[in-house]
Design a protein around this ligand. Structure first.
Ligand SMILES: Nc1ncnc2c1ncn2[C@@H]1O[C@H](COP(=O)(O)OP(=O)(O)OP(=O)(O)O)[C@@H](O)[C@H]1O
Length: 525
């Protein structure tokens, strides 16, 4: 299938009904640390959509920006650039009353139910707090049966905006009027009285609620406790009297209190025992069906993600590397980072002896990310310059490792060289460049055309010019992966995309390159 056709299908898939649409979103943390002038680029330009009622998983190594992204979507962090459209409106521009009103629609459940609940408040108070802040319920009123007449609402009711959900529906029939309260609100219809003054062109409707809001709120909190599998009598207890799973249920009840459309679940089960995890996941699933919720599900545990997410976004160093249908992505990852991440999961079938891709080192600092592809410093199938395509994999690995050590030495103080090498998985105690070279290339038979350039770079280091050595290595061995940001290429008919230069027609796709790499490795064992 041609790229054009795939791109067209991608656009069609995108036109489905999105609740959340993120365009070019960046969230940087300014200041702090030694390099205070350089911001931490926690989220560095991401684009994706979440459809109504969908669960989008967000995975990636620690520190890749998942939590920051989730918090930016619910405005707990301010976006540095880009937009977050929520039902078409850019929430990054909201302020004042508009922001406060919108906050009801987007909530977050935190990872750690230990620390996310205030231990000095009762469970009832914790769940009720957002209701108090928003003076819930509003007693919004819609009047039906008024025909062409102008309706004015007063008393305890406020007229509903446009076609929003009304708490109370007043139905006018002849001279009488009847109020019916929305199911979710624990307020019997008979506790609401309505008087109508029909003056021809105008109808004045006065709504009187005979129960104090606070009582309605309390009854609602009790209802919520049951919704999340707790009991009414838990209202007056304190969080420390509950188990981890129960505390997470409290956090979920609090998040649901204002009837949001969208919930960010930030590792909601990571801190829980495995037996409890399944129960909480089932609860979240049931709640999604019952309330039509849309989720962003942040997780480390890929098997959990596979189980519950419709689509998955794989993040690395502030970027979305691959995004698409969960089953497709797990079955047949297209991006080298996804491939590497998934290869780390043990296979459920012990008879399957799958080859694993072990990633070298740790991700670069988000203060100083690579200028090209964010994964370029660790990618096992990075594009090589034409003249080095046939160089032995072990030698190439040595070149990349040497480049990484030189970069790491730039970042860390020389006296911290040990730490740099430890980060790269090297157990050596030396700091001399000749020893490093020896360690990196080991017993490999390094061809002359490579040796020559490595020697030159080593010479620059000996002369104390490490910047020159880095530049020399980059000029000689660097490729498009080091120099240019990739595009998001469509990689399947369902609209999956992958952020990798290898999908350009000029290069070989990642998959066969991985196959060759792994086959060579097993041969050399
Ligand atoms: N308030 C902050 N100030 C400065 N830097 C921050 C702040 N919060 C996070 N960071 C940095 O931003 C980057 C992304 O962090 P974030 O917590 O979003 O990643 P994550 O993928 O959620 O990690 P984890 O899986 O460990 O929770 C990290 O380098 C982190 O150190």
């Amino acid at each position: 299938m041609s790229e054009e056709l795939l791109a067209e299908r991608q656009r069609t898939a995108d036109r489905r009904d999105a609740l959340v649409e993120v365009n070019g979103l960046k969230t940087y943390y300014e200041g702090g640390g030694l390099l205070s002038s350089t911001p931490v680029k926690a989220v560095d330009g991401v684009d994706f959509q979440i459809q109504h009622g969908e669960t989008l998983g967000l995975v990636g190594e620690s520190g890749c920006g998942k939590t920051t992204l989730g918090r930016t979507l619910v405005r707990l962090e301010e976006a540095t650039d880009g937009e977050v459209l929520f039902d078409g409106e850019d929430i990054t521009t909201f302020s004042g009353k508009t922001l406060k009103r919108w906050r009801r629609d987007a909530q977050i459940v935190f990872q750690d139910p230990e620390s996310s609940l205030n231990d000095r408040m009762t469970v009832g108070e914790i769940i009720q707090e957002p209701l108090d802040v928003h003076d819930w319920p509003e007693f919004s009123v819609r009047v039906e049966g008024a025909g062409d007449r102008t309706v004015r609402v007063s008393g305890d009711g406020t007229p509903v905006e446009e076609d929003g959900t009304a708490d109370i529906v007043v139905t006018l029939t002849g001279d009488s009027a009847q109020a019916s309260v929305r199911d979710a609100i624990p307020l019997p219809d008979e506790q609401v009285s309505v008087s109508v003054d029909d003056a021809g062109d105008t109808v004045d409707v006065t709504v009187t609620v005979h129960v104090a809001k606070l009582r309605v709120r309390r009854a609602y909190v009790r209802q919520l406790l049951e919704t999340v599998g707790l009991r009414e009598e838990h209202f007056y207890r304190y969080p420390h009297q509950f188990s981890g799973g129960q505390r997470q249920r409290i956090g979920i009840a609090r998040a649901l209190a204002l009837e949001p459309e969208f919930v960010v679940l930030d590792e909601p089960v990571s801190a829980l025992d495995v037996s409890v995890q399944a129960k909480i996941l089932n609860l979240l699933d049931d709640l999604q069906d019952e309330f039509g919720l849309t989720y962003l599900f942040i997780a480390h545990d890929l098997s959990v993600v596979r189980h519950i997410c419709d689509r998955v976004a794989v993040m690395y160093l502030g970027h979305v590397m691959e995004i698409g249908d969960t089953e497709e992505l797990f079955e047949n990852p297209k991006n080298p980072y996804t491939y590497s991440l998934l290869s780390a999961i043990p296979d459920a079938d012990p008879t399957v002896t799958r080859q694993r891709v072990t990633l070298r080192g740790t991700p670069p600092s988000p203060r100083d990310p690579p200028v090209g592809c964010p994964f370029s410093t660790r990618c096992p199938v990075k594009i090589r310059p034409e003249e080095y395509r046939d160089v032995d994999d072990g030698v190439w690995e040595g070149i990349e490792l040497l480049r990484e050590i030189l970069r790491e030495r730039e970042r860390t103080d020389r006296s911290l060289g040990e730490r740099a090498r430890a980060a790269l998985g090297m157990e050596t105690r030396f700091s001399d460049i000749d020893e490093i070279r020896h360690e990196v290339f080991g017993d490999h038979d390094v061809p002359d055309e490579v040796r020559r350039h490595v020697e030159q770079a080593v010479e620059y280091v000996r002369d104390g010019d490490e910047a020159r050595a880095r530049e020399y290595m980059a000029e000689e061995f660097g490729s498009v992966c080091d120099e240019e940001r990739p595009a998001h290429h469509p990689v399947s008919e369902s609209g999956r995309t992958s952020f990798c230069h290898r999908h350009d027609a000029a290069y070989e796709e990642p998959e066969p390159v991985f196959d060759d790499l792994l086959a060579n490795r097993s041969r050399s064992r």
